[in-house]
Structure formats: C-alpha cells, structure tokens
Design a protein around this ligand. Structure first.
Ligand code: GLV
Length: 329
C-alpha cells in the first residue's frame, strides 16, 4: 500500500501530481475555506504525512488521532500552530520552511515599513478615489526612513536580512534578541540593546520574533507608551506577540505615529476591526513570504521533507531535533 499524504490546503495541482506515482495524495480542495477540524481529524487518523499550513491547529488531538502519522510538514518558518512536544513524544517529525523565505519575507517587511512611513497605501487610494485636486507642499507628507533608527526585535535570519536592507538606507540599527550576535553586529553595524532601550530609541520598531510562551503579549500598553510619539511599529511575526487593544489605544491616543501589520491576533482579521479604521495603519493579509517563486519553493521543501521521512531519511529542515521515529508494532 502506498503511504498516504494529506494536504490541508489547495495547492497548485502540479505539486501533488508530481508525487502521485509513489504516494496516495489527497488535498483539501476548497480554495477559500480552511480544512474543517473534523476533516483534519479524520484524515490525521489514517495519514502517514500531513502537509499543513499555519492556520491549522496541529495539537495533541490531531497528532494522536491515528497510528500512522510520521511527519508534519508546515508551509511556514513559524510552527507555533504545532504541538512540537507531543510530536516528539509520538515519534512524529515536524518540519518547517526556513531559509528559502528569508529574503522574500525581509523584502515584504521592509516594504511594509516604507509603505507605512510614506503613507503609500493612503496616497494610492487618494488618487484612485479622485481626491487629488492639486499638488500641495505637505500633501500626504510622511516620515523619512533614511538615516533614522530601526530597532529589530527578534534577530533571526529574517531580522538580519531586514537589517541588511536597512544598511542601504543608512539607518542606525539596534536589535534585541535572546542571544547576542557579534558577527551580525560586525557585519551590519548593528548594536545590541535591551528591549526597553530599543523601544525608547527607535523610530521604527520591527517585530520579527517567533511566537513562544516568552514572547506572547510582549508589546503591552506600557511598552507602546515608552515609544517615541513619532515611532512606527511594524509586525511581521505573529499577532499574539502584541496586545492588539494596547496598540489600538496607543495609536488612537496619538502616542505613536503609525503601524504596519502583516499579522493579527485572529486571522483573518474582521473587516470591522477598530484597527482597520485607523488611517495610520497599513494592514496586510499575512503575506510575508508570498512571492510565487518562494511559495513554490516552500511547497517543494515540504514535499522533500515528507518524502525523506517516509523513506527513513532525515528531513532537510527538521524542527524537533530530538525526533526519533517510533517503531510501532
Ligand atoms: C509565516 O508567517 C511563516 O511563519 O512562514
């Protein structure tokens, strides 16, 4: 019998077709609707491999639904949607898609920073809505980016790559991270500072930290209060790292100047959400790594990881380094 791979989200047919000779492959087919929980559970019961996306909650119930599951390959670098500890206990490999999305995500993050600072979305809507009646000196005037201070919270590979982008704008680069990175400090001229110093001194605070027990709700009302009134906050990590109500309060009280958000506490964010009513908020639908090239590469990496585990090899990008395949009776 061929091993069974269940893909929780509609992918281009070519991705699945390439492996149907060797595997039985089924894919959730509805373009705009995520796989319902009961379908996920019933597929997990018999699957050898799950190809998942970040909106799927791969918890203990899913991981222990059946006896065949050997690998979960998540189409994202983040894996906060997966109970990694249980996966390890169950002998299930968890794989993600680091590296291949680093440049693309850094591009989007820097683009979001620029769009927010220079009011690009607001200005584009202004033109399309026929509001542009004359040129005027301070029409849609925004904030400069060049020579300002950027503070990066979470100096992983994406953080480093955003810092590299910032050097081109001759920015002063601060960062805060669990561990110091002397090599990055040397190469990019970035300075390590405490979280408080970063928040107080930066013109642009860019959040790129993974969501963990430690980083959840890291940006509270108190933290926003410490920022400069001209500060712009960018979040391209995970929504729950910030207290969204606190961000809304800070923005509406004029305590900070703007926010560019690619991620939200609850995704998709409701169109009526108060944050979306603020003119100084640029909101994107979690598209950090979304270029065609990168998403296709990420899909292939997930497939490669699944195939590796199913033939008894080590996957390329394993999350749970303590993974040991279980030999089940
Ligand atoms: C996207 O948010 C990812 O984790 O890749």
């Amino acid at each position: 019998m061929k091993p069974y791979i269940y893909i929780t989200r509609k992918l281009p047919d070519t991705v699945a077709e390439a492996i149907t000779q060797k595997y039985e492959v089924k894919m959730w087919e509805k373009e705009d609707i995520p796989v319902p929980r009961e379908v996920l559970l019933s597929e997990a019961k018999r699957a050898d491999a799950l190809f998942t996306v970040l909106s799927d909650s791969i918890d203990k119930e899913v991981l222990t639904a059946g006896k065949n599951l050997k690998v979960v390959a998540n189409l994202a670098v983040g894996f906060d949607n997966i109970d990694v500890k249980t996966a390890s206990e169950e002998g299930i490999a968890v794989c993600n898609t680091p590296d291949v999305l680093t440049d693309t995500t850094a591009d989007l993050t820097f683009g979001l920073l620029m769009a927010t600072a220079r009011r690009v979305v607001e200005a584009a809507e202004f033109v399309k809505e026929g509001k542009w009646k004359s040129w005027s000196p301070l029409l849609l005037a925004g904030h400069d980016i060049h020579h300002k201070t950027i503070g990066i919270v979470g100096m992983g590979k994406i953080g480093e790559t955003v810092a590299k982008r910032a050097t081109g704008f001759e920015m002063n680069i601060l960062y805060h991270n669990r561990t110091r990175k002397p090599e990055v400090e040397q190469r990019l001229g970035a300075a390590y500072v405490s979280f408080n110093e970063l928040v107080e001194q930066s013109d642009f605070i860019v959040c790129l930290t993974p969501l963990t027990g430690e980083t959840k709700n890291m940006f509270t009302r108190d933290v926003f209060k410490k920022m400069k009134q001209s500060a712009i906050f960018i979040n391209a990590s995970r929504g729950p790292v910030i207290d969204e109500q606190a961000l809304y309060d800070a923005l509406s009280a004029g305590e900070i100047a703007g926010a560019g958000l690619d991620v939200f506490e609850k995704e998709p964010i409701d169109a009526g959400h108060p944050l979306l009513k603020l003119v100084n908020v640029v909101a994107l639908p979690h598209i950090g790594s979304s270029s065609v090239e990168t998403r296709m590469t990420m899909m292939q990496l997930c497939i490669d990881n699944i195939e590796a585990v199913l033939v008894g090899k080590a996957p390329k990008t394993l999350v749970n380094k303590d993974w040991m395949p279980l030999v089940r009776a």
